[in-house]
Write a protein that binds this ligand. Sequence first.
Ligand code: MD5
Ligand code: FE
Length: 208
Amino acid sequence: AEIAPGAVHVPGWLDLARQRELVLRCREWATGPVPLRHAVLPGGGRMSVRSTTLGWDWAPYRYLRTGEHKRAPDMPGWLAELGRRAVAEACGEDSAEARDYRPDTALLNFYDATARMGMHQDRDEFSAAPIVSLSLGDACVFRFGNPQTRAAPYRDVELRSGDLFVFGGPSRYAFHGVPRILPGTAAPELGMKGGRLNLTLRMTGRAV
Ligand code: MD5
Ligand code: FE
């Protein structure tokens, strides 16, 4: 469903087997050389979400090649390919969005039952290519806003495990956030002990 121009929501894009596989991979990354951590913002605030990356490290508010600890693991080819397929299926195989879509970084966010993400724009990339979002685990209320202001008008959409969201075109720079997690909504077969994982695939637009 196209929520707004360029913002395409595909509920249940990943079947349960794919979701379980991704949860296992995410768990490896989350405990790898750059473990999930609460990013500390320049003003001193600590994000309630815990995050880590593949391909490039992210530190508020920029992508780097070296992390505080160790370099982030490379972005696997199969994950870049999953992102390419996501954009092709959501926007059309022959769409401008799908052409040359090759994500080079993955940002993994973990939300416990109390974590939230305030309204913001994603502007750390040097590329206007779409952002692919995959949700796993507990559902959340996702607040999709507008490119002008962090305030209304916005729409609240429930994102559930397995959902794909592609943000491209005029929606690429819309304000958005996650006002709350809906604890206990994940299928037990997923093998998560609670919380929500969100994996976003991005083109940083940075040279290798
Ligand atoms: C999440 N993550 O659910 C979201 C999914 C982040 C973040 O916001 O920055 O880590 S990405 C949602 C997104 C990206 C680009 C544009 C828009 C939404 N949008 O226009 O709504 O953890
Ligand atoms: Fe964002």
